[in-house]
Design a protein around this ligand. Structure first.
Ligand SMILES: [Zn+2]
Length: 122
């Protein structure tokens, strides 16, 4: 329950604080941009089943894979265009949020698929 609350708080509310920190006059517009980065979760529609409670998004879905995540972070740092950069910040933070969820899930569940993310790290 707490995990779900924290997850959706980070996905929907905390990003408002990021937008405000980034630009105190246009933060509402930026918040909408960050909310729009939730569209990255459309890659879940390609998965079977679409929703699985014990599955970690990171490393499973195409737009959450280890091949594209570095580009979100690099874009957040190096892209000069303000809006594109902010989209990348949103995507990078989305991955952080999903990753926190995976760590949390893994801490409670030895058998869930989140475990795969950590294979080879230890
Ligand atoms: Zn996601």
């Amino acid at each position: 329950m707490l995990q779900t609350v924290v997850h959706y708080f980070l996905h929907f509310i905390f990003i408002g604080a990021i937008a405000y920190w980034y630009d105190k006059t246009n933060w509402k517009k930026l918040w909408l941009i960050l909310l729009a980065t939730m569209l990255v979760d459309l890659d879940h529609l390609l998965a079977i089943p679409i929703f699985h409670p014990g599955r970690c998004s990171i490393g499973f879905h195409y737009l959450h894979s280890e091949y594209v995540i570095p580009f979100y972070f690099l874009g957040a740092i190096f892209i000069k265009h303000k809006i594109f950069r902010f989209i990348m910040i949103g995507l990078a933070f989305h991955m952080i949020t999903d990753f926190i969820d995976c760590v949390w899930m893994y801490s409670k569940c030895e058998e869930c698929s989140a475990k795969k993310v950590f294979e080879g790290l230890g």
